[in-house]
Design a protein around this ligand. Structure first.
Ligand code: TYD
Length: 205
């Protein structure tokens, strides 16, 4: 038996974290909530290095580090859970590398795709791509505290990230979620997307 794999993607301040917690409370059945970069001890250490505003990483170095953390996460956490029949709700995955390092950082698509082929033996059953106006998202993120290294990149970087996410949302396994409005409104959009695409997940006992 295999669990379902759902990923949550989108630009800064889209409210993913709140919505993942809400969905985890709503869904029946065995569930695991996790995040990238992170999700393992080593991955969390890599996350600190990546988000540190005093560090300087090129888009290639970022992609390599993201994927180093991802490899541990996939092998140690995601695959074992899915094989045990546990569904996985993952806050960011390979599409974030595409959007941030590829879209925002301008990293060659061949490199992004090659890393994905090497590191990701499993693709999500459903990608929920949150969409929010860049300025609104950055303001929401700023209200949470000091900017991390990605939040501190300029508006034009984040516009490119958003544009790449909008393209990703057109893929067959993806759905675009309007992340504006109240948390309840966004949650209803998510529930309707999940019941549309993965009805068995809501019905599982
Ligand atoms: P996250 O904690 O989801 O940030 P937020 O909750 O503020 O949206 O992710 C941390 C940052 O890492 C975020 O700015 C996006 C970036 N990131 C990448 O650039 N590439 C990746 O592959 C991943 C997984 C994240």
């Amino acid at each position: 038996m295999s669990g379902r794999f759902l990923t949550f993607e989108g630009p800064e301040g889209a409210g993913k974290t709140t919505q993942i917690a809400r969905l985890a409370e709503t869904l029946p059945g065995a569930l695991l909530t996790t995040r990238e970069p992170g999700g393992t001890k080593g991955g969390e250490a890599v996350r600190s290095a990546l988000l540190n505003p005093d560090a300087a990483w090129t888009p290639l170095a970022e992609a390599l580090l993201m994927n180093a953390a991802r490899d541990a996460h996939v092998q140690e956490v995601i695959l074992p859970a899915l094989r045990a029949g546990t569904s996985v709700l993952c806050d960011r995955y390979a599409d974030s590398t595409d959007a941030y390092q590829g879209g925002g950082g301008g990293l060659d698509q061949d490199i992004v795709d090659a890393l994905r082929r090497w590191v990701c033996p499993v693709e999500p059953d459903l990608v929920l791509v949150f969409d929010i106006d860049v300025k609104t998202g950055l303001e929401r993120a700023a209200a949470r505290g000091a900017a991390d290294r990605f939040e501190a990149k300029g508006l034009s970087y984040h516009e490119k990230v958003r544009a790449r996410f909008l393209r990703i949302a057109q893929r067959d396994n993806a759905v675009l979620i309007d992340a504006s409005g109240s948390p309840e409104a966004v949650q209803n959009r998510i529930l309707s997307a999940v019941s549309d695409r993965l009805p068995d997940l809501l019905a599982a006992s």
